[in-house]
Ligand binder design. Structure first.
Ligand SMILES: [Zn+2]
Length: 82
């Protein structure tokens, strides 16, 4: 970074590179919002069914009803924790 606070770039950028860079910031924000909305949908709730261990009730995802943590939550969680 130079004294003016800029990084001088001498790379040769194609039209595709420029349009990718122009949209990248908005797209990252969009994907982050999508992740937050998906996490908001996929939350655990007590399944209310008969369980062998009353001290550890089975939780299911309230959106897809899969056993908690559901595959959608796991996919987002694994992606964000890498
Ligand atoms: Zn789910």
């Amino acid at each position: 970074m130079n004294k003016g606070g800029f990084v001088p770039v001498k790379a040769r950028l194609s039209r595709e590179d420029l349009s990718f860079l122009a949209g990248a910031r908005e797209e990252v924000i969009m994907f982050a919002e999508l992740g937050v909305r998906l996490l908001d949908l996929h939350r655990p709730q007590e399944s209310g069914g008969i369980t062998s261990d009353p001290g550890a009730p089975i939780h299911r995802c309230r959106a897809c009803m899969a056993r908690w943590p559901c595959p959608t939550f796991r996919a987002i969680d694994e992606t964000l924790s890498t």
